[in-house]
Design a protein around this ligand. Sequence first.
Ligand SMILES: NC(=O)c1ccc[n+]([C@@H]2O[C@H](COP(=O)([O-])OP(=O)(O)OC[C@H]3O[C@@H](n4cnc5c(N)ncnc54)[C@H](O)[C@@H]3O)[C@@H](O)[C@H]2O)c1
Ligand SMILES: O=C(O)CC[C@@H](O)C(=O)O
Length: 400
Amino acid sequence: MKVTIADKLPEEAIDQLKQLGLDVDNNPGLKEKDLASGLKDSQILIVRSTVVNKECIDHSPKLSLIIRAGAGVNNIDIEAASGKGIYVANCPGKNAIAVAELTLGLILSLDRFIPQNVSDFNAGKWNKAAYSKADGLYGKTIGIIGTGMIGQEVIKRAQGFGLNVIAWSRSLTSEMADEMEIERAGSIQEVAEASDILSVHLAMNAQTKGIISKEILSSLKDGAMFINTSRDGVVDEEALYDEVKNGRLKAGLDVFSDEPEFKEGEFESRFQGLDNVCITHHIGASTNQAQMAVADDAVDIVRGYIKEGKVRNWLNRCEHTESPWQLVVRHYDKPGVIANVMNELKEANINAQELENVIFDRKLAACCTIQLDAEPSEKVLNNICTRQDEVISATLVPRS
Ligand SMILES: NC(=O)c1ccc[n+]([C@@H]2O[C@H](COP(=O)([O-])OP(=O)(O)OC[C@H]3O[C@@H](n4cnc5c(N)ncnc54)[C@H](O)[C@@H]3O)[C@@H](O)[C@H]2O)c1
Ligand SMILES: O=C(O)CC[C@@H](O)C(=O)O
């Protein structure tokens, strides 16, 4: 089995994949356009930020598993993968601490002008007067949008700095907020109005696109900080640019729309040269600790897939098959038993949507659970049970 790695992974992870007996095509320089012609003979693709588009998926006949060595999966066309029966999995939470650490770094940098201090120092300029005008963080309010893995790590660290935390998240309950010792808000707007710092930690998808709108940004206090370490698309970047250009807001960004796809080289951005903006090179996840944790997780997903046929963190599984019936067939463990059951269902024009076969100790008997899109008749059930040397029992259970 072949695995292609289209981004940089630690050597240790590559060695572990080889030890699993895989043919490893380690090609960290591959870009979206290189993948578009497809992966001719790879069953597994591991990427970080490299875009995996529909063309790649449509032209990769053997591809069966795509692993995002990271959290966000908006660089993978999941819909196209689902249409071709390709598993998509990610490594959630493994880089959350690293991103939270950077988030606090951006906040401190903006408050204490750290990048400008260093840059002036290196240019041989001493400017203590200019850099002695920080506000300080203690006792201020940070608003967190999205209390997933990263949001929660940011909250802990912000509390360590003596910041008050107010948060909005679609699944944040009062009980959870009490446990985290934070204030729960009813809307993003409410958070923005109360915050000196607004930090966004949402996944990027159709519902979160532009969710930090012009209105949200304009309801931030004068001089407030906006921090984005999630994805550029969650914020109305035009509105953000206007707010920082006119000096009303400060921004700390690890993600922005004209982020280069290449790893090293010259580039231009309208955010360059603004003193109230601190931008990093999409390095939220890029600590050795996080990269090792993510890579270990990716290898573990591959291991589970090739050894047990199971994909951990499988993201594009249909949550509800809507199959109204479940057929539970206890049977003797021998060749052709399930094929014969399936044949009876096929003759009755019944579709089996999901199927799981498990085997019992002593390897004599097994149990096959099949989700069906229609109710089999008595006759079909009797036909299945007729083969007494194969089937022990067949029980039909309604799923609703
Ligand atoms: N800067 C970096 O290097 C870096 C590294 C890791 C992750 N990220 C980004 O940060 C994001 C968050 O990462 P995480 O590990 O906290 O993920 P997570 O899955 O734990 O949290 C995602 C959050 O987004 C919310 N969300 C998702 N869909 C939503 C919707 N439709 N409406 C409202 N809320 C929605 C969830 O409720 C949750 O609060 C990732 O998706 C990724 O884009 C960036
Ligand atoms: O791999 C990276 O460098 C970025 C990863 C990050 O954006 C993520 O979503 O996990």
